[in-house]
Design a binder for this molecule. Structure first.
Ligand SMILES: Cc1cc2nc3c(=O)[nH]c(=O)nc-3n(C[C@H](O)[C@H](O)[C@H](O)COP(=O)(O)OP(=O)(O)OC[C@H]3O[C@@H](n4cnc5c(N)ncnc54)[C@H](O)[C@@H]3O)c2cc1C
Length: 389
């Protein structure tokens, strides 16, 4: 008999949401989460921008975000433990995706899909954008899609909300590092910790983020997922943030209003460093981001970089989308990775989905196209073949 029913490796937003849903759906399940760093200092979750948007092109990604927006409305009450309520500080400032002529068709296809699925998203032409938000009057754009319910959430509060509630429902979070997964023929059998301890379970869910491919490889699972460093720049400007949405330039550079005249900016590049590098690259802002920003929006000509940080995307090199579900060639081994730049907002639906799969319930959302079978068949499921945010 196994030591536990389910082991989850990695207790950040994905691991914690999965643990919460497992213990909610099956209160008798014995679930343990191994998280090597309870401060989560290097987890992508805490280094994320916390942005939530329904503006995707894939139906699955749109439905996942709609679910997130829904659960945010009652998250503090639903996750309350005693008097402690996780206040996720949801700010629905909206997301504005600017489009140039080349991107118009893709943007309109996404908009049509979002509207069919009931999302509150609209098209604004360039003149309307300039009139609504003069600071965002941009050169070289034909218009953009605006989702007023999109916005930002405090990643730490969301993670801790799931974690605390899961613990209150009987889940154990243990501060230990997993060295390898273990398997016997075509079944997973548990994990071996780096201190040598073997711990057995019928199911192992790999929620180790950018570190998940290395763990998966210990039982022969090859995932097309790479750790890629992304920088976030916090800049003080002359532009008041009041009333402004977050804005995404056609190139993918994004600008998130934070407070008063302060914005957070980022821009994924094809040559961003691959590996476990967390050294913030300040010079890159002046070299790359500032010219791109000012080239479109003069209002950002005067600013200075106040601070910033670097974190890791777990980039799915096959198609930039989540890989979630049981590995077809190893029973009991569940994969949860590859979220690239949009995993934080997917944790509520992904955690529920994995829990449903593990206990054999019909999934609330059909996310089967995001399953790991496509890794084995090599068939990508692209959101946007040319751009990764
Ligand atoms: C700069 C940046 C901005 C982002 N912005 C957004 C955004 O605006 N919106 C959005 O939706 N997404 C965003 N993302 C992506 C998002 O942060 C991730 O997709 C998401 O947080 C992934 O969560 P996770 O739990 O899978 O991984 P992580 O948060 O990385 O957690 C993995 C955990 O596993 C633990 N772990 C690893 N190996 C082991 C081991 N061997 N044993 C035990 N524990 C282990 C780690 O300590 C870590 O806590 C951003 C990411 C970055 C880097």
């Amino acid at each position: 008999m196994s030591d536990h029913d389910v082991i989850i490796v990695g207790g950040a937003v994905m691991g914690a949401a999965t643990a919460y849903h497992l213990s909610r759906l099956d209160p008798a399940a014995d679930v343990v989460v191994f998280e090597r760093d309870p401060t989560y200092e290097r987890s992508s979750t805490l280094l994320s921008d916390g942005n939530v948007r329904v503006q995707f092109n894939l139906e699955e990604n749109i439905l996942i975000s709609l679910h997130t927006l829904e659960i945010l409305e009652t998250f503090a009450e639903d996750m309350a433990v005693g008097d402690i309520r996780p206040e996720v500080s949801a700010r629905h400032q909206g997301n504005l995706f600017l489009t140039d002529d080349a991107g118009r068709e893709h943007a309109l296809a996404g908009l049509a899909r979002q509207q069919e699925l009931g999302c509150d998203v609209m098209w604004l032409d360039a003149a309307e954008i300039a009139e609504r938000w003069p600071a965002y009057a941009a050169e070289g754009v034909v218009g953009g899609t605006f989702g007023p319910r999109d916005g930002s959430v405090d990643p730490h509060a969301l993670l801790q909300g799931y974690r605390r509630k899961a613990i209150s429902q009987g889940v154990q979070f243990i501060a230990s590092e997993v060295g390898t997964l273990t398997a016997d023929r075509n079944r997973v059998t548990g994990v071996r910790l780096t201190d040598g301890t073997a711990v057995t379970a019928d199911v192992v869910v790999n929620c180790a983020g950018a570190w998940s491919p290395a763990l998966a490889r210990t039982v022969g699972i090859e995932l097309p997922v790479t750790p890629v460093m992304r920088n976030v720049y916090v800049v003080d400007t002359m532009v008041p943030t009041r009333g402004l949405p977050s804005v995404f330039l056609p190139s993918g550079l994004y600008v998130i209003p934070e407070r008063e005249r302060t914005f957070a900016l980022g821009w994924s590049q094809d040559d961003d460093p691959v590996g476990f590098d967390f050294v913030f690259d300040r010079a890159r802002f002046e070299r790359l981001l500032w010219p791109e920003l000012v080239g479109h929006m003069q209002a950002f000509e005067a600013l200075h970089v106040a601070s910033g940080w670097a974190g890791l995307y777990a980039v799915n090199t096959l198609d930039g989308n989540a890989i979630i579900g049981e590995w077809p060639e190893l029973a009991g081994a569940y994969v949860c990775t590859g979220f690239s730049g949009h995993g934080f907002q997917q944790a509520p639906a992904v955690g529920r989905h994995l829990a449903e799969l593990v206990i054999g319930r019909d999934p609330s959302l059909d996310l089967s196209r995001l399953g790991p079978h496509r890794v084995l068949s090599g068939e990508p499921l692209h959101e946007h073949a040319g751009r990764l945010i």
